[in-house]
Ligand binder design. Structure first.
Ligand code: RNT
Ligand code: ZN
Length: 422
């Protein structure tokens, strides 16, 4: 266990070091405190949800691994989330999928869900001081079994999914109203073909029409923000994805919707850090699905790697923080799931803190002068400033475990709670 006195001492020294670069660590810590990250509920149970106990994940996404202790009930999932949040500094948000509804044992189909099925989540979020985001669920359902939903050729299937979208927007708006905090609703659909299609036009035309139907009703911006999420390919839909990047970029620009950029949804050498400043010229706001693709859209746990830092730097350097909603999207079933959340959330916060601790104005000035030697040299030197001392101090301030100490709490929770889940 780290000695708080030492944390304070090393922080003071770090404060001086950063001060020499003109960086105010106190201001950085204050800025970080204001950021609420949307933590995805679906890491806790491998994206299964609570519609049926035997629910199986499909839609071209996969949670691999069989680490024991996945949440089996809403109560278990909430308990796990509460445990994770104790290890993460700051106040955050919960990102909920529609298939996590609380139907109280009375099954209800997705086109018929209402805010009543989420009231217990809203009450729980309120009690825990969490904002809430929402997602319609367009996968793991008999009506999506052949790989198409909103772009399906069958109008009856399209209608079912349009109704689901409409129902979900009402729910999201109710969430935002009750929590007095806008809820971001994100539309992602798995629609696509495994093999080379002949007609690429028709499904995309149908998707535009379906989305337009879903968004017909104008809802209060103070309660709800609509986002659409593009994707390159999915497992079993490798050759054609209806909702591709160009499709949704065009849709979001023309309909003034939020564009959701998922870090795993592009060609391997493309990065979303570079896309932020481009799309923000044309869309009102952006939703990020921060994820970690390893060789493919594998949704590995987010770690403090170069791209995560680059994403955070772009969020801060661009000055567009207020237009960027930060959400996480990964699901690893091969490690302790509370640890997965903790690692990902702490990594995102570390990256943001790192970005706040940058003398950006100085760097910008150097860049304007055309002194690229100095720019590169300073960017390298900044990497080895005493960042850890500032991060540890932030954890101390927020009364969460410092350094690797959170691992002990995860282990303890595993023995006390997760091990009994059979
Ligand atoms: C799938 C998308 C989508 C999902 C969640 C569960 O590739 O990234 O965001 O991960 O809706
Ligand atoms: Zn995503």
């Amino acid at each position: 266990m780290a000695n708080p006195k030492n944390i304070e001492k090393t922080y003071q020294l770090a404060q001086e070091s950063y001060g020499e670069w003109g960086v105010d660590t106190r201001a950085a810590l204050k800025s970080l405190k204001r950021i609420a990250i949307s933590m995805h509920c679906w890491q806790g149970d491998d994206v299964r949800g609570f519609e049926r106990p035997d629910a199986k994940l499909d839609g071209g996404i996969q949670a691999t691994g069989n680490y024991p202790g996945a949440a089996r009930t809403i109560g278990e999932l909430r308990c796990d989330i509460e445990q994770a949040l104790k290890l993460i500094p700051g106040k955050h948000r919960l990102n909920l999928h529609a298939c996590y509804l609380d139907h109280g044992g009375k099954a209800v189909d997705r086109d018929k869900i209402t805010v009543d099925h989420f009231q217990s989540w809203i009450d729980w979020a309120k009690a825990n001081g969490l904002g809430m985001d929402f997602n319609p669920t367009y996968f793991s359902h008999p009506m999506s079994a052949d790989g198409f939903t909103l772009s399906h050729a069958d109008p009856a299937i399209r209608k079912f999914w349009i109704d689901h979208g409409v129902a979900c927007r009402k729910i999201a708006a109710a969430i935002g109203k009750q929590l007095n905090n806008p809820s971001v609703i994100n539309f992602w659909i798995p629609d696509g073909y495994k093999d080379i299609p002949v007609d690429r036009m028709a499904p995309r035309q149908r998707l535009v029409e379906s989305l337009d139907s879903i968004f017909t009703e104008t809802l209060n911006q103070n309660y709800i923000r609509d986002a659409v999420e593009a994707k390159l390919f999915g497992i079993g839909a490798e050759s054609y994805t209806v909702g591709s990047h160009e499709f949704y970029l065009g849709y979001a620009v023309s309909r003034k919707k939020l564009l959701c950029l998922d870090a795993g949804h592009f060609h391997p050498t493309e990065v979303i850090s570079d896309k932020l400043s481009a799309v923000l010229e044309f869309v009102p706001e952006v939703l990020l699905h921060v994820s970690r693709p390893v060789r493919w859209d594998s949704d590995h746990v987010v770690i403090l790697n170069d791209e995560l830092v680059a994403i955070a730097q772009e969020i801060i350097r661009s000055g567009q923080l207020s237009r960027i909603h930060i959400g996480l999207d990964f699901f690893d079933a091969s490690i302790n799931r509370i640890a997965a959340w903790t690692i990902g959330m702490r990594a995102m916060l570390k990256a943001l803190l790192f970005a706040f601790l940058e003398p950006t104005d100085t760097l910008r000035e150097i860049e304007h002068q055309g002194n690229y030697t100095r720019r590169l040299g300073i960017l390298e030197e900044l990497k080895t400033l005493p960042f850890a001392a500032v991060w540890d101090y932030y954890c101390l301030q927020h009364d969460v475990p410092i350094g690797a100490a959170w691992l002990e709490q995860v282990r303890d929770y595993e023995t006390r709670v997760l091990k009994n889940r059979g």
